[in-house]
Write a protein that binds this ligand. Sequence first.
Ligand SMILES: O=C(CO)COP(=O)(O)O
Length: 125
Amino acid sequence: MKPRIALIAHDKKKDDMIALALEYRDFLAGCTLTATGTTGGRLINELGLEVTRMHSGPLGGDLQIGAHLVNGEIDCVIFLRDPMTPQPHEPDINALVRACDVHNIPCATNVASARLVLTRLSEIA
Ligand SMILES: O=C(CO)COP(=O)(O)O
């Protein structure tokens, strides 16, 4: 089965997400991708990836991804969080990261860890 990966980035991390996705574009093109609204829009428009978009994070997109994860539909989360900017939906962000821990799903919250996860996933996929 194709790896099912969720991609999420806060506003100040979106350029990093695009650069990361470009680096792994060939691998990601063979995965089933889900993203929050704005992140997904950029991945589609700028990299031509096929992405299922949820709502934007502040409107509940993190929670939608969390629900998919709890249902066993997500294998890995790349969540480039912005640790320097308060987010109005902080409880939703914490809920998603907690759901990853509850269900033992890899959750990379910075580019360095995302590279490790994506490299390993591409080796075993
Ligand atoms: O806020 C987010 C994650 O918490 C990301 O949402 P967007 O991709 O819609 O900007």
